[in-house]
Unconditional design. Structure first.
Lengths: 365, 1096
């Protein structure tokens, strides 16, 4: 005696959020049944394992049929096959596009290609995220990347509209797309301590301030064709202008003047003053060099590793606190304005604004 | 050319990719009606094409308009090879032919392909311009409204109920034609879908013609079925009840519709009285003493007492034969001779016009719930079955049919359907004679079905014998809204239907009668089985529950006549056992009546399956059921006796537990009638309830018979012979098994209820949450050496597990009730058992009114009375009379003693009742006179049971409650369409019926594994069927389907070939419903809600 067929179809599609999560997490039907049993559904409701199995199978089938629609979420709202109340639709989409930070951390900045997809087994083994779930997440990244790649206008807004995602999730995806597009190096050992959320924050900063479409305070050159420009690529003109900052380290007078201004401001305000004073030229050279090299794609990729090597690591070895870093960078940035011969205030602000907030975010253990 | 059909193709979306190279599609559309085809332009390289075509116009006969569907085919244009079909949409334009239904069809339809399923959607506009046709000989019947709903539809009143209409059409099944060998599966499926669409269109038109002939304008309870007879053809048949309906003004409709949740309180004492109605009451004193005019008639017409099932079979069949021979040949033109037929029906008919009389060949009604007062008495279930051999009967006709072209109706119908007609006619005659034997002139809740396996076909029909109020058969007399005819009816209206319709001295079968526990005046049986819904006015104690009897019988594989005979021989045993199971399960739950009984017997190659489902209730008017006693076969054996005692204890415990579970606490009535005064106690095992007829034997209310192909009739006595039914003898292991199976039926988990009827007796405050579902389970029996016992266990477990699955899946909706649980069993192949279930889960308010603190409720009632009622005096007077002091009343002869416990409940329900009256009174204020209230108080029935108050009072409050809590969902770009097998949607009011939905789909696959196996295949198919039904309803402008049912779900699979095919037939009524925000009611409910919140 065997159950040959067993289906349950509701006019309004019945979906259990718990089972949906198990499905998204890549559990097999049997694993899901086990997980549910351990979760205690059976205790709160008098049912047997058979009932649980049957229910899980039904739900899994439903999700599989829905998956096609979830690939283009706008379809979910006007398809006719499943009658799903709007708030449930939102839940389905949001959960489907949700991802594990540990997983995304692994693929962040990598090319979303078949090659990377082949490495998913290793990533799965390393992160403990099931291969199925890895594939779904990877495919989501790829799908969104593909769609927004060809779209004009603000990146976050495009993602939100095309995939009906929440603002938070749309921002995260924007970061992923941005990293994938610019191929930022994130995998180096020195960068391991930086979480996805740190990177996502930095990506947001870069998108908002350094791209062509960026609108920000202190941005003098407002582009007329802004709406049509993309958020995905860094502003080439701006990168060129950054070369001008070189004067801060090449001009000996300027460098000394800058140092004395900063030191005057810092004196007595921090325990790490001596280290700051000693390291000033080194640190300043590091930051300005990063700026001047950004015209090279290769150096753009190494942006984060450079920040860590040239600034964060020296500070950390001198045991600066986060407050010290903040204090230092604030005065470092502001003092440049007082330099009479330094003419590139706007570019400086646009550059240092981002650098400052990125370093704040990244300066932790 | 009396009709112009216009269609416009607007756009498509989500089309599949047809050109792999470009990942796009070059789509165009063919629009076909009859033999005319139009095409749109090709919309190149788009998955979301915009055609925005001109209006394609078809000038056609209205006859064709009724028969033919509009056929829309979406294709992919291909320059070099043949165009590929993407899929089709069939649109039934019947709803547009009726002025009161939809006026335009406009919306997105799923594009359906029988191989690939839904492939995108298409936006279509369809309109019809009808010209008046004055031709008296026309073949069309446009304008006749069809309803699947088995009650008078909401917002309509039945001016007249004309009676039974039936028709069937036959054709060859395209799947079995020679051409099928060379055409593709897709072409074959489409030919079949189209043919069935045509056949049902034709069937509906023909039935419409019959209705017009009868002078009606609508068919209610329309039930259409397909018989896939394989080689021998395809039968589409339908039955229904012809009525003349009239639309209500919307205001009064909501208060007068017959459904319990909206029905007015059955306390007639406070209902308004109308002079006109009074006249009817006087004209037809229905229950002044036992011999009513109708009840007297059966005994006079058939001077030998009507046959009794307890008598030998031969006697049965002969009497049945006599009956048949008395009946004149009942062809369509036999109206004249029908007059010779004597019987209660005739009395009824004599009062009617001659034309109606001619039609009343079968006094059958497919309705299951009725306007108050329609049903006078109910006799019991009548059923008939017949086993037929398909090919044998078919041969001569088939020879002819083969030579005809497909769809050549006239020539085919000349020969073929007559055979089928004759079969059904035979069965209907039997039903009719059974009803007559029960002293009834009509059959209500009537339905027919078949089960086919290879060449053997079991035809079954069943219904409930009843006596109806003849007022409803006459023109202009029926007013659904009137509830006051009961005033002058000395028997209280809420127990009248329980009273026996037959003469107690000439009982059709041995039965144990007792005086009605409500009115104490007339006799009632101890158990009542019916196929109808519980009448709204019926008083019920406690709650009801689903009761199922399940049975498997092995049968030897055989061919032809041997097979048919074997089946015929098995049928009586199956019916007997199903009946015994039902009876025992009923007793075990301490209940005394079954409603919505549906018995299905399904035939397979090597077994027969029987499944009976019903809703068990405790009718207050009927005596308390006795317990079940276990007797050992060998008394004296000590071990055995202990064993028996142990089982007896378990059973008694189960009964006690069930009583608690279903809250069956009947009020202890001390009858004052000296004749029945002797101890009416509620002891478990007490069976004697002071019946004046000392009849110790068990009685049965199911009349059944079956006839095999040889037309031999036999009758079965379902009574239990000489022994008491409730004594179960443990004489062998089988019996032990039976008892075990009796006890293994698990009650639903906390928060759940289930029933097979529309609503659950005893539950009131429905909220607006509903979830309709269809579930199918197929079991493969690998074990070839199965015994009957083993099979029974497997089958029982299958049904029980299905129920458990439902409870689990719907656990988030508690408290809820699974309503209209409709189980269908089939044996699709040897060793396969298929059970399909369609039901709706409806949520209700946890806070049932009975639990409310009585004082507060009283205050509420009081304040409302003072504030809003014009006549507080009458009501307060009434309050004292309905809540009597026990001590005071005990001596008063003309009153009922209610137990103390009951009285305390009474306060609360009285208060509720006040608010109920309030609502009613306010709406009907103009008809209320002070006098009527007084009069009614005087005529108030003697035995007011507590539960009757409970039953009737909380309803309107429940409705208002659901109103308060109802919140509207944000509507997306797709209209939400609710579906329910019930005739109503809680918390809403149906404002318009848009037409009948009757759809037939075939789905086939040659990649079963890829589609997720047979489960995945069926899952998506059912989802697709739902989607297509919803789309059609939305296109008609509707937002819900009521009376939805899945008539057929035929699944064939061949996993080895990676193939499967499935046929599904669904039907229902498309409606527009609105939340109950009628202004009058909002103000009303607003106040009521306020008070509820205060009280709780």
């Amino acid at each position: 005696m065997a159950v040959e067929l067993d289906v349950f179809v509701g006019n309004t599609t019945i979906m259990d959020e718990e089972v949906y999560q198990l499905w998204l997490d890549g559990y097999t039907v049997n694993d899901a049944v086990r997980a549910r049993m351990e979760g205690g559904v059976l205790d709160e409701f008098d049912a047997t394992a058979d009932v649980l199995l049957s229910d899980t199978m039904d739900q899994y089938r439903t999700f599989q049929m829905c998956e096609r629609l979830l690939h283009s979420p706008a379809k979910l709202a006007n398809q006719l096959l499943f009658q799903i109340p709007p708030h449930r639709q939102t839940m389905l989409i949001e959960r489907y596009y949700a991802f594990d930070d540990v997983f995304v951390r692994e693929v962040l900045g990598k090319k979303l290609s078949k090659g990377t997809k082949k490495d998913l087994d290793d990533i799965s083994a390393k992160t403990g995220v099931t291969l199925k779930s890895c594939r779904r997440q990877f495919d989501n990244f790829k799908r969104i990347f593909k769609v927004v790649e060809e779209l004009k206008g603000p990146l976050v807004e495009n993602i939100r509209q095309h995939f009906l995602l929440s603002d938070k999730l749309a921002r995260d995806y924007a970061a992923i797309v941005f990293f994938a597009n610019n191929r930022f190096e994130t995998g180096k050992k020195k960068l391991q301590y930086i979480t996805f959320q740190d990177f996502a924050f930095c990506a947001g900063q870069l998108i908002n301030n350094w791209t062509v479409g960026a609108v920000g305070e202190g941005l003098c050159k407002t582009k007329n064709n802004m709406v049509e420009d993309m958020d995905v690529d860094l502003d080439k003109e701006f990168l060129q202008e950054l070369k001008e900052l070189k004067v801060l380290i090449t001009d000996k007078d300027l460098l000394d003047q800058h140092k004395s201004l900063v030191c005057t401001a810092l004196r007595g305000k921090t325990k790490a003053f001596n280290e700051m004073e000693a390291n000033f030229k080194n640190l300043s050279r590091g930051l300005v060099n990063i700026a001047t090299k950004l015209t090279n794609t290769k150096d753009v990729r190494d942006f984060f590793i450079d920040l860590v090597e040239k600034f964060i690591e020296p500070c950390r070895s001198d045991r600066w606190t986060a407050a010290d870093v903040k204090l230092y960078l604030t005065h470092y940035t502001n003092s440049a304005h007082i330099l009479d011969t330094f003419k590139h205030q706007v570019v400086w602000d646009r550059y240092m604004g981002v650098i400052k907030s990125c370093i704040f975010k990244m300066y932790h253990d | 050319m009396p009709g112009k059909l216009k269609a416009k193709i607007v756009a498509g979306r989500h089309l599949p990719v047809m050109d792999r190279a470009s990942d796009l599609t070059d789509a165009f559309v063919e629009v076909k009606f009859g033999n005319t085809t139009f095409k749109t332009d090709v919309c190149p390289k788009s998955l979301n094409p915009q055609w925005n075509s001109e209006w394609f116009k078809f000038e056609v006969d209205d006859e064709d308009l009724q028969d033919e569907p509009l056929q829309i085919t979406v294709l992919d244009h291909d320059t070099y090879s043949a165009n590929d079909a993407i899929g089709k949409v069939y649109i039934d334009i019947d709803p547009l032919l009726c002025t009161e239904a939809a006026s335009i069809i406009s919306g997105w339809f799923p594009i359906y392909d029988t191989i690939h399923g839904i492939r995108g959607e298409i936006n279509v506009l369809v309109k019809v311009e009808l010209f008046n046709d004055l031709n008296r000989f026309r073949q069309s019947s446009c304008g006749v409204k069809f309803f699947c709903t088995t009650s008078i539809p909401y917002s309509y009143r039945a001016v007249m109920v004309h009676g039974f209409v039936e028709e069937l059409v036959v054709n060859e099944d395209p799947e079995y034609q020679w051409i099928d060998r060379i055409r593709t599966p897709r072409a074959s499926n489409e030919a079949r879908q189209r043919l069935i669409s045509l056949m049902s269109g034709e069937l509906q038109r023909k039935i419409g013609l019959k209705v017009l002939e009868m002078g009606g304008n609508a068919v209610v309870g329309y039930l259409q079925c397909f018989d896939l007879e394989g080689e021998s053809g395809l039968v589409v048949r339908a039955i229904g009840t012809a009525c003349t309906l009239e639309k209500f003004s919307s205001g009064s409709a909501s208060i007068t519709c017959p459904h319990p949740s909206t029905a007015p309180p059955s306390n007639a004492c406070n209902s308004p009285k109308d002079g006109k109605e009074l006249v009817f009451g006087e004209e037809l004193p229905l229950s002044s003493g036992p011999p009513t005019p109708f009840r007297a008639l059966p005994s006079s017409s058939s001077s030998p007492p009507p046959f009794s099932p307890s008598k030998p079979c031969s006697r049965q069949s002969s009497s049945s034969d006599t009956d048949l021979s008395l009946t004149p040949k009942t062809g369509m033109g036999s109206g004249g001779s029908a007059g010779k037929e004597a019987g209660p029906l005739k009395t009824l008919l004599r009062q009617q016009t001659q034309t109606t009389l001619e039609q009343r060949e079968f006094p059958f009604f497919t309705l299951t719930s009725f306007p108050p007062g329609f049903l006078v008495h109910v006799g019991g279930v009548v059923s008939a079955r017949s086993v037929k051999l398909l090919d044998r009967i078919h041969n001569p006709a088939l020879g002819n049919a083969r030579s005809y072209k497909l769809l050549d109706w006239n020539s085919v119908t000349a020969d073929e359907p007559e055979t089928r007609d004759a079969w059904w006619e035979e069965i209907r005659q039997e039903i009719k004679s059974h009803a007559k034997a029960l002293g009834c002139h009509a059959v209500v809740g009537y339905s027919e079905n078949t089960s086919i396996c290879e060449e053997v076909c079991i035809l079954s029909a069943s219904g409930t014998a009843a006596i109806l109020n003849p007022r409803y058969m006459r023109e202009g007399c029926l007013d659904v809204g009137s509830i006051d005819h009961r005033f002058d009816d000395p028997s209280p209206p809420n127990c009248g239907f329980c009273h026996i319709p037959y003469d107690e001295l000439n009982m059709p079968f041995p039965a144990q009668l007792a005086y009605c526990y409500q009115c104490r005046r007339q006799k009632v049986p101890d158990v009542l089985f019916t196929t109808i819904d519980l009448p709204a006015e019926a008083a019920v104690t406690g709650k009801g529950c689903l009761i199922q009897a399940r049975l498997c019988r092995l049968k030897k594989k055989a061919q032809g006549e041997v097979n048919a005979t074997a089946i015929s021989n098995l049928l009586p045993f199956m019916e007997y056992e199903l009946h015994t199971q039902l009876m025992n399960k009923l007793k075990l739950r301490s209940m005394n009546a079954l409603f919505g009984l549906h018995i299905q017997i399904s035939v397979g190659e090597n077994m027969l399956l029987g499944l009976a489902s019903a809703t068990g209730v405790y009718l207050t008017a009927l005596p308390a059921p006795g317990g079940i006693q276990i007797a050992g076969k060998t008394p004296g054996d000590l071990n055995n006796e202990q064993h028996v005692a142990a089982i007896q204890k378990r059973i008694n415990d189960a009964i006690a537990k069930n009583k608690e579970l279903y809250q069956i606490n009947p009020p202890k009535l001390f009858a004052l009638d000296p004749e029945v005064f002797c101890g009416t106690t509620m002891e478990l095992t007490d069976e004697g309830v002071g019946s004046p007829i000392p009849e110790p034997r068990q009685r049965s209310r199911i009349f059944r018979s079956h006839s095999e192909s040889s037309d031999e009739l036999s009758e079965l006595d379902l009574s239990h012979g000489k022994k008491d039914a409730f004594v179960l003898e443990i004489d062998d292991t089988d019996a032990v098994e039976d008892i075990h199976s009796l006890l293994t039926d698990a009650p639903p988990p906390a928060g759940f209820h289930s029933c097979s009827t529309e609503t659950m007796p005893g539950i009131y405050n429905w909220t607006s949450g509903i979830q309709m579902f269809t579930s199918v389970r197929v079991l493969r029996l690998n074990n070839t050496n199965l015994t009957n016992q083993g099979l029974n266990k497997i089958f029982t477990d299958l049904c029980e597990n299905l129920l458990k699955s439902f409870y689990f899946k719907l656990r988030s909706t508690v408290p809820c009730c699974l309503c209209h649980l409709n189980f269908t069993v089939a044996v699709p192949e040897e060793e396969l058992v298929q059970v399909s279930v369609t039901a709706v889960a409806m949520t209700f308010d946890k806070d049932q009114n009975q639990e409310k603190p009585p004082e507060k409720a009283t205050t509420k009632g009081g304040s409302e009375t003072e504030d809003q009622l014009q006549f507080p005096l009458e009501l307060s007077a009434d309050s004292s009379s309905t809540s009597p002091q026990p001590s005071k009343i005990s001596g008063v002869a003309e009153n009922t003693i209610v137990s103390t416990r009951a009285v305390s409940v009474d306060y609360g329900s009285f208060a509720d009742r006040c608010s109920t009256w309030l609502e009613l009174l306010r709406l009907k204020a103009h008809t209320i006179r002070r006098g009527s209230v007084k009069t009614s108080r005087r005529t108030q029935s003697l035995a007011h049971s507590v539960s009757s108050l409970e039953h009737c009072s909380p309803l309107p409050e429940g409705r208002s409650r659901s109103l308060c809590s109802s919140r509207s969902f944000g509507v997306g770009s797709v209209t939400m369409v609710k579906m329910t097998p019930l005739s109503f949607l809680p918390g809403t009011r149906i404002i318009k019926y848009l037409g009948i939905i009757n759809m037939f789909f075939i789905r086939e696959t040659t990649s079963l594994r890829e589609e997720g196996g047979v489960s995945g295949f069926l899952h998506s198919f059912i989802a697709e069927v739902f989607a297509m039904v919803r789309a059609h309803v939305a296109a008609l402008g509707g937002n819900a389907v009521v009376s939805y049912s899945m008539k057929d779900c035929v699944l064939m699979e061949n996993p080895n070939k990676n193939q499967a095919q499935c046929l599904i037939n669904v039907s229902g009524d498309a409606v527009i419903c609105v939340r109950e925000t009628d202004q009058e009611q909002t103000t009303n409910t607003g106040q009521t809600c306020g008070t509820i919140d205060g009280a709780t």
